[in-house]
Design a protein around this ligand. Structure first.
Ligand SMILES: [Zn+2]
Length: 353
């Protein structure tokens, strides 16, 4: 099934909407069967149907592990990614930040066109397109994806059909081209439609020019996924880190496509090595920051959490016990309000230590 017909209104909604619709389907079928059995007035058929309902209820009941992570992930993702108003901010040098559409999106106005870094949620593409046009007054002709996830590539097909080319790391094309399971979301993303697949890919580095600016693209070693790239506006000294940096937000870590807590920490170190005190740093999620302070805090929170969770796991503590020990309590009020809750973040860390 094509990604465009899914919009994972989204993927996460997936977890709730998809599963509940399957549940509804099964429940309605079962109810129909029971009514038919009663209509036919056959006790054996009624008994069989009631037994069937019991089995259905058992199958649909989520496991205890699901109860730990899923509800918050889906609810918060939908709330944050689909209902937050789009906000456009000028960063100077004809570079604009569009926040609110899932990931942080950047638009660069060139003489007659606009280059876009990430294409946001599929369900919001026309809204994003209008906001970009209001800012740059030029059509989008090129899109760069900083990783393969739905909140960075959702608008690819729409924008490609409107004439944009799509550039990404080769693993973004790889994952979008086939059905790809993300265990952390308990969802298999169907292969994206042909129009959403990147038209140009690279392995390690790639350079793009827009409006007199040099955009240096560089892959990270697997971190959030195995398709993460950074985009550095060399002259303006603006660094877009993609999802290797979530400013004052706990990150999602996609182990299914190469991510890991250790990879996230290494990527945070590499970001720190790239920035100066005046570099404008655009995270994949969260507020834009300047210099090293927020990046350092992100690296420290990740490293500190990793250490605490590893110690508890080594002592034989279960995931539930680690969550109950609240090793991130000092940051939870601020960092746990976004896409990831303290519980889901601890789940991802526990998995990798
Ligand atoms: Zn993201």
């Amino acid at each position: 099934m094509a990604l465009s017909t899914q919009t994972l209104n989204f993927a996460l909604a997936i977890c709730t909407k998809k599963l509940s619709s399957i549940g509804d389907l099964v429940r309605s079928s079962a109810a129909t069967a029971v009514l038919a059995a009663f209509a036919n007035n056959t006790p054996l058929a009624i008994l069989r149907c009631l037994l069937g309902l019991l089995i259905v209820a058992a199958v649909l009941h989520p496991s205890s592990e699901c109860q730990i992570a899923r509800p918050d992930v889906t609810t918060k993702a939908i709330a944050q990614f689909e209902r937050k108003p789009l906000q456009t901010t000028s960063l100077g040098d004809d570079i604009y930040l569009l926040a609110g559409d899932g990931a942080n999106i950047v638009a660069v106005a060139d003489r007659s066109s606009t280059l876009l870094i990430d294409s946001g949620m599929e369900s919001r593409t026309s809204e994003l397109n209008s906001a970009v046009f209001s800012a740059t007054h030029r059509p989008i002709t090129e899109v760069i994806n900083t990783n393969w996830h739905f909140d960075h590539t959702g608008g690819n097909e729409w924008l490609h059909q409107a004439g944009a080319s799509i550039l990404a790391h080769e693993n973004t094309r790889k994952h979008l081209s086939v059905d790809t399971r993300v265990e952390g979301w308990v969802y298999t993303f169907p292969a994206a439609p042909a129009g959403a697949i990147p038209t140009t890919v690279f392995q390690d580095e790639h350079t793009v020019h827009a409006n007199g600016s040099t955009l240096a693209l560089k892959r990270y070693e697997p971190a959030h996924t195995d398709s993460d790239i950074s985009v550095h506006f060399t002259e303006a000294d603006v660094l877009h880190t993609g999802d290797t940096f979530w400013n004052r937000n706990y990150p999602f870590i996609d182990y299914s496509t190469g991510g890991s807590i250790d990879g996230q920490i290494r990527a945070a170190e590499s970001n720190l090595a790239k920035v100066s005190a005046t570099t404008i740093v655009i995270p994949g999620h969260g507020e834009v920051s300047t210099g090293k302070a927020d990046l350092t805090l992100f690296r420290d929170v990740l490293a500190e959490t990793r250490e605490k969770v590893a110690k508890l796991k080594k002592q034989g503590r279960t995931l539930e016990e680690v969550i109950a020990a609240k090793p991130t309590v000092a940051h939870d009020a601020e960092w746990g309000q976004g896409f990831q809750t303290p519980t889901t973040f601890l789940t991802w860390v526990y998995q990798g230590v």
